[in-house]
Ligand binder design. Sequence first.
Ligand SMILES: Nc1ncnc2c1ncn2[C@@H]1O[C@H](COP(=O)(O)OP(=O)(O)OP(=O)(O)O)[C@@H](O)[C@H]1O
Ligand SMILES: [Mg+2]
Length: 241
Amino acid sequence: MPTVKMGSDGRQTQVLKAENLAKHYATPHLLVKAVNGVDLTVLRGEFIAIMGPSGCGKTTLLSMLGGLVRPTSGRVLLDDIDLTSAGERDMIEIRRYRLGFVFQAYYLLEHMTALENVLFPLQFSTMNPAEQVERAEMLLEMVGLADRMGHFPRQLSGGEKQRVAVARSLANEPAVLLADEPTGNLDAESTESILGIMHDLNKRLSQTIVSVTHDMSVLEYATRALHLEAGEIVRIEDDLR
Ligand SMILES: Nc1ncnc2c1ncn2[C@@H]1O[C@H](COP(=O)(O)OP(=O)(O)OP(=O)(O)O)[C@@H](O)[C@H]1O
Ligand SMILES: [Mg+2]
């Protein structure tokens, strides 16, 4: 087990919680129940894999956990903050300071170097500029990109771009790292590298991670796997390691 923060009674503490979470989309011809009544408690230090067939609601669920999509019903609690009732300004702060996001398509800023991409979220921190650069460099070194800091995204491979995205997501020490198919666009070697980094982050730094993935090898690293079908959790694999 990774070292995790314990509550005063010695139990792992809860960081993220979904209660009866649902997202329904009313389209002209049908009601799409993208997520339909999900209950989930994420403990600090967990690495949760969300799996399931295309269209089963994985991205929708992750987006609601990160406050990117408002649920139709139910609640999401990050520590004790109810994301479902937070105002837009509070949500911006929460996404900026409390959560880290990694997506399949990287979403790096094309006109900025790797270093500037990682510095971008740090501009909102309380660190002075020198400390910001120091932290951004440390994060890029951590993902093995010490020699690529001055490269623009177009000068990086897919795997390297995703490593920059992971470094950026960690800038403000997020309580939870949310990843949506982070290896979806990568070849086998880069997939292994990204999963290795995520495993390391979870194991060494107790970084809490919730990641949507199709990659079965993630089961070697995850603490739990949730299997989703038609918007519902149909199976949970526990004690994976
Ligand atoms: N804005 C929307 N309006 C209507 N239906 C939507 C909307 N967004 C998603 N859906 C539907 O909700 C369902 C779940 O979508 P979601 O993107 O969460 O699936 P997913 O599990 O992430 O799939 P994939 O593995 O292909 O990424 C799908 O059937 C999709 O068509
Ligand atoms: Mg998806």
